[in-house]
Ligand binder design. Structure first.
Ligand SMILES: NC(=O)c1ccc[n+]([C@@H]2O[C@H](COP(=O)([O-])OP(=O)(O)OC[C@H]3O[C@@H](n4cnc5c(N)ncnc54)[C@H](OP(=O)(O)O)[C@@H]3O)[C@@H](O)[C@H]2O)c1
Length: 339
């Protein structure tokens, strides 16, 4: 089979298409013929070599796919050959075939095609986990979403809107501002140009916001942390600020890391605020939770609450280009690769 291999850590060119042995499913695994790959920022970090728990190169990256089951292990009972599925993999999805435990795939409703399935999966599960499970967002609460025109950002706007929140969004360009507004954000700020915290303080009469979804970190967290109102919940789930156009610029990364606020537990009590952190990659074994979350997300999709936005589709031979596009902040919504 053809697979895109990270030949060494580095810029997009290190990702090369090679011939690999098609994997064979073990007793509790399924083999999936991949039809679409969902690109995630985590893939960029894996290629650069800064994602936790990745193997040494060469390895096949990729954590999100959709496709058709072509073989199953002896102990697989939840799915069968021919089923159309969305799936999560601890790497290996940048290939024509991928093998995963059967608990890592979810059935696709008839009306959901392969490309839209990967545009919904990780983005919506991430936004759901942050807004519903952790922050428990309530009607009329003020929610600030950073990088709001990205894959996760758009899913977060859609879910926050459904929950009845007042949405504040930051984005990195004028074009992205339009998208965040179209999706339903009430206040949209280009944080590359304007001081988002000053604007939000003004708009909320100094009260700040109840929930912050932060996948950027660094100085963005420093400013946001001060914006949290009493009973506020800060959800940190990424550190995109550390990434530069060609990889990790050590000076930039160090500057952003040093800018993060130093948080003393006693201050959380006196300010009546909380900090959550999460990484779904390390929660993948919570299969019962994710099956239920997937069910909720499919229900929301059927009702038109979640409407995946595919910003750009690339063919498999252009997967390195697709990663560069995501890394360079050009993408809007989800970047999808088709086979
Ligand atoms: N912890 C988890 O379980 C989990 C799961 C999924 C995703 N994530 C994180 O959530 C974020 C969104 O993921 P995604 O896959 O949907 O990506 P994405 O939002 O579509 O793309 C990343 C966005 O991050 C923003 N960004 C800010 N600083 C950046 C920088 N220095 N370099 C590149 N981008 C920068 C850019 O938006 P602007 O131009 O608008 O700033 C960029 O478009 C990522 O940070 C990812 O690591 C975490």
């Amino acid at each position: 089979m053809k697979a895109a291999v990270i030949t060494q850590f580095g810029p997009p060119e290190v990702l090369q298409i090679q011939e690999r042995q098609t994997p064979v499913p073990r007793t509790e695994e399924v083999l999936v013929k991949v039809k679409a790959i969902g690109l995630n920022f985590a893939d960029v970090m894996a290629r650069i070599g800064v994602y936790p728990a990745i193997p040494d190169p060469p390895f096949v990256p990729g954590i999100e796919f959709s496709g058709v089951i072509t073989a199953i292990g002896k102990e697989v009972h939840n799915v069968k050959n021919g089923d159309r599925v969305w799936g999560f993999s601890k790497q290996g999805a940048y290939a024509e075939f991928v093998c995963v435990p059967s608990t890592m795939v979810q059935p696709l409703p008839k009306k959901l095609d392969f490309q839209h399935a990967v545009a919904i999966g990780v983005t919506s599960l991430t936004a759901y986990h942050a807004l519903v499970k952790l922050a428990n967002v309530q009607k009329k609460e003020r929610v600030l979403i950073h990088a709001a025109a990205g894959g996760v950002g758009i899913a977060a706007i859609q879910i926050a809107k459904h929950l009845g929140a007042e949405i504040f969004a930051t984005v990195g360009s004028t074009e992205k501002m339009e998208i965040a507004r179209e999706q339903g954000a009430h206040v949209v700020i280009n944080y590359s140009r304007e001081k988002f915290a000053d604007i939000i303080r003004k708009k909320t009469d100094g009260e700040g916001v109840d929930v912050i979804l932060d996948s950027v970190g660094g100085r963005v967290m420093k400013e946001g942390w001060k914006l949290l109102a009493p009973m506020g919940r800060y959800v940190l789930f990424g550190f995109a600020a550390a990434i530069g156009e060609r990889g990790v610029n050590k000076f930039k990364a160090a500057r952003e890391a040093v800018a993060m606020p130093i948080i003393f537990p006693a201050t959380l009590a006196s300010r009546n605020i909380g900090l959550f952190g999460f990484n779904l990659y390390f929660l993948a074994h919570k299969t019962v939770y994710f099956r239920a979350a997937w069910g909720k997300i499919m229900d929301w999709h059927a009702k038109g609450i979640i409407k995946p936005v595919i910003g750009k589709v690339f063919t498999f031979d252009r997967i390195a280009e697709a990663q560069a596009y995501l890394q360079n902040r050009m993408s809007i919504g989800k970047v999808v690769v088709v086979l």
